[in-house]
Design a protein around this ligand. Structure first.
Ligand SMILES: C=C(O[C@@H]1C=C(C(=O)O)C=C[C@H]1O)C(=O)O
Length: 279
């Protein structure tokens, strides 16, 4: 049986899905979108599973299962979750911060960094604006994914703060941006297909590592530069090992303390799916 699978339309997912395509012999239906849209579709059961913002699972754990051994994570600078501001970070206490409409997790991460680690009081507002358009309305602007990568190459007169780097500085841990999340209700009767897909994703996670240079051409991401793109992909981990789990639990704990989530979620994996090797 085929599944409806979300596909984040960012550079960070390209190697995994390229390798997955080459390994998968099933006819799944892919739905492309930015994380916030895919999170909403997954919650409504309009797709069956997707790489989704890690906070989406934390907000509603009983609706979902996770696929083991899989995430989108980075230890330290991630290069695609960036805060753009004309002022140094230390001067942002009290400022209104603009937040991309595309993200759920990085929004929570920013609130933790400003509210908990720096003890600032900020207000936040969602916006589609880019840094130059946002200057008069916001003290700083959060962008993620390709938009953040592109903007980091074009602006020169902004302070650019990498949220992965700040998280690592304060916690010493990796940060888990996305998890593979399964809608329990919508996959009823398709359990074997999910287990098969999870197994293929495990293989893709390992296989893609040796093939990164092959994925640049035709990716539509050439604007980032060949070497830059390869090193970006090497920064991203698709693994969910011990340290990522510690980073994830720490993120959920702080999110709970700030009232972003209502309970500390139990991490529950899809029954029967195995995690496979890590690297
Ligand atoms: C590393 C990134 O992580 C992304 C950030 C997400 C979020 O903020 O909700 C969700 C999925 C990830 O693809 C990125 O934006 O490139």
């Amino acid at each position: 049986m085929s599944l409806r699978v979300g596909r984040i339309e960012y550079a960070n997912c390209v190697p995994l899905f390229k390798a997955f395509d080459a390994l998968c012999d099933k006819d799944h239906r892919f739905v492309d979108g930015v994380p916030a849209i895919l999170n909403a579709m997954l919650s409504l059961g309009e797709i069956d599973l997707s790489p989704s913002s890690s906070i989406a699972y934390g907000k509603d754990p009983n609706r979902y299962w996770l696929l083991p051994g899989l995430s989108i994570s980075a230890t330290g600078p991630v290069r695609s979750v960036l805060l753009f501001t004309r002022q140094p970070l230390e001067e942002l206490d009290g400022a209104t911060i603009g937040l991309t409409n595309e993200s759920d997790t990085s929004v929570a991460l920013l609130k933790i960094i400003l509210g908990k680690f720096l003890a600032f009081k900020n207000s936040f507002q969602r916006t589609d604006a880019l840094p130059q358009q946002a200057d008069s309305a916001f003290g700083a602007l959060l962008l993620i994914g390709n938009q953040a990568m592109r903007m980091s190459m074009t602006v020169s007169d902004y302070h650019v703060y990498d949220l992965g780097e700040l998280w690592h500085r304060f916690t010493g841990l990796p940060f888990v941006y996305a998890l593979w999340v399964v809608n329990r209700q919508s996959v009823a009767g398709q359990e074997d297909s999910v287990i098969d897909l999870a197994r293929t994703l495990q293989q893709a996670k390992v296989a893609c590592r040796d093939r990164l240079p092959l994925y640049v051409k035709g990716s539509g991401l050439e604007w980032y530069g060949f070497d830059n793109l390869i090193s970006y992909w090497q920064t991203i981990s698709y693994d969910l090992g011990e340290l990522e789990m510690e980073g994830l639990r720490t993120f959920y704990r702080y999110s709970y303390e700030l009232g972003i989530i209502e309970q500390l979620p139990e991490i529950v994996f899809f029954p029967g799916a195995i995690s496979g090797g890590s690297f």
